[in-house]
Design a protein around this ligand. Structure first.
Ligand code: ADP
Length: 497
């Protein structure tokens, strides 16, 4: 563990192997040029975990230069060579999964079991795209003249920038970096300031796997707007992939306009979770708990508005309450804990305000409704009934363990309500009527739909949104296309008549 680390995460011996606090630029672990650092704290305990290098513009420019110098050799490497290094990275991530999960829980707060699941999920992108590296196919098109041929080939875009959030400190990184490097691009990644340790640990493993210097660069920083601006304005950077809020996404998109960068924007969500009268109640309750309370409700795809048809509203509420009451709140490192702390005080305040607003406008608190007695940023798992469209939580991402239950009567009414927000990321519904399943899934204005499923994320499927939730897809074949340019070549004057 680097000397700057003030206190250590729980699993001391093994975590120390992967704890890095410096920037990773051009294959070197370096301090910020200005010598600045920032503190990383455990949101469950407030303990100082590490002091990490705080990159400024000079560091970002060094990372851009490094990624640029590494591009041509990496692009020219055989796909098999790239795939082998990535397979090695995948194996190393799996090998160190417990340590990575430990670091993740320490800096982010989610329960250890969830952290481990995220590491495995994150690794699955590395494996998937290692395989995809060898399947970057082009095509030929029947020509319009017999002495010509029409070729379509794919080439890596070039130097890519990636900016990631704190709620999935591992998997949001692998699902950008893995397709980029599989395609032959090089990357500069800026992780969220709350969770830099998971990012740096991934870079340490990529280094061990033999990833050539400059192919992946990591700049940790609290100066997110300056760093973001430098990445957006650089003509060398050809693409930006961002996961975060819609507000910041809009800023970055505007900053990228002068250099016309390729963009992938995975922005906020406001998922409807619809339960029809004919649904399997047990499954719907289990799905709602999983969808709503994973990561204490801090995911962009989690159920934000739960619509329950009038006929089963009471029965659903009772069973749901029973299940949610079982969720133990506490430090994610403690046994049996299912709900960790919120990431910071600002997040806690937002949740408090949304619940207060709903209560003031007539919602009833069936469970929770307050900060947790543990103090800090812990909030009680909460269920609200009698929720109405005029309450603030209908249009805002709650990002906390609060489940608002809306009642509805007809399919048409709930489709209209589900679509009546600016976001369009994920939606879920439960029904046993096959005709209804197709009607509703086709009517929902969302990039992803779970039918009788509360969680849809997997590396094999294209993850992404529409409307104000952004554009671009991560995972699946679509994921690698985001990092490829199409080149059309007309071969003329051929002596093959
Ligand atoms: P969240 O609400 O999930 O924190 P943000 O959009 O604020 O979402 O943050 C997501 C990522 O964007 C983080 O890495 C953060 O540091 C970064 N970020 C925030 N503001 C800016 C900005 N103005 N320019 C570039 N990056 C930013």
């Amino acid at each position: 563990m680097a000397s700057q680390t003030a206190s250590k995460v729980r699993n001391e011996t093994s975590s120390s192997d992967l704890m890095r606090t410096d920037l990773y630029i051009d294959g070197q672990w370096v301090r910020a040029k200005a010598g600045k650092t920032f503190e990383v704290k455990n949101p469950a305990t407030g303990d100082l975990l590490a002091k990490v290098a705080d990159a400024g513009i000079d560091d970002v420019n060094a990372a851009i230069n490094s990624a640029n110098a590494a591009f041509i050799p990496w692009k020219s490497a055989l796909p098999e060579t790239r795939a082998k290094i990535m397979q090695q990275w995948f194996q190393l991530i799996l090998h160190h999964a417990d340590t990575l999960a430990d670091i993740l829980t320490a800096e982010q707060g989610k329960p250890l079991g969830e952290a481990k699941a995220e590491i495995i999920y994150g690794a699955s992108f590395v494996q998937w795209f290692a395989e995809e590296a060898r399947r970057i196919y082009g095509r030929t098109i029947p020509p319009i003249r017999s002495d010509s041929r029409v070729l379509v080939t794919k080439q890596p875009i070039g130097v890519c920038a990636a900016i990631t959030p704190w709620n999935f400190p591992n998997s949001m990184i692998t699902r950008k970096v893995a397709p980029a490097i599989a395609a032959g691009c090089t990357v500069i990644l800026k992780p969220a300031e709350a969770t830099p340790l998971s990012a740096l640990a991934l870079a340490a493993l990529a280094e061990q796997a033999g990833l050539p210097k400059g192919v992946l660069n990591m700049v940790t920083s609290t100066q997110s707007s300056e760093v973001g601006k430098a990445l957006c304005e650089s003509p060398v950077v050809r693409k930006l992939s961002f996961t975060g809020s819609t507000e910041v996404g809009r800023i970055l998109m505007a900053q990228c306009a002068p250099t016309l960068k390729r963009l992938s924007m995975e922005l906020g969500g406001n998922a409807p979770f619809i339960v029809f009268d004919d649904a399997d109640l047990e499954k719907a309750v289990a799905g709602a708990v999983a969808s709503k309370f994973r990561n204490a409700g801090q995911t962009c795809v989690c159920a934000n508005r739960i619509y329950v048809q009038r006929g089963i509203y009471g029965a659903f509420t009772d069973k749901f309450k029973e299940a949610v009451a079982e969720l133990k709140v506490g430090d994610g490192h403690a046994k049996e804990v299912m709900i960790g702390p919120l990431i910071d005080q600002k997040a806690l305040k937002k949740v408090q305000n949304l619940v207060e607003d709903a209560k003031n406008k007539g919602a009833q608190v069936v469970l929770g409704g307050k900060t947790h007695e543990l103090g800090g940023t812990f909030y009680q798992p909460t269920i609200l009934t009698g929720v109405k469209a005029e309450m603030d939580l209908k249009d805002h991402e709650i990002f906390g363990p609060v489940a608002p239950l809306f009642a509805f009567d007809t399919e048409e009414e709930v489709i209209q309500a589900a679509n009546s927000v600016e976001h369009g990321l994920a939606a879920y519904f439960y029904t046993n009527d096959l005709g209804r399943a197709f009607r509703v899934l086709e009517a929902l204005e969302y990039g992803m739909v779970g039918v009788n499923e509360g969680m849809v994320s997997t590396a094999v499927a294209p993850f992404g949104g529409i409307k104000q939730s952004g554009f671009g897809r991560e995972g699946a074949e679509e994921g690698i296309q985001e990092y490829l340019d199409v080149k059309y070549t007309l071969m003329g004057g051929l002596d093959i008549k």
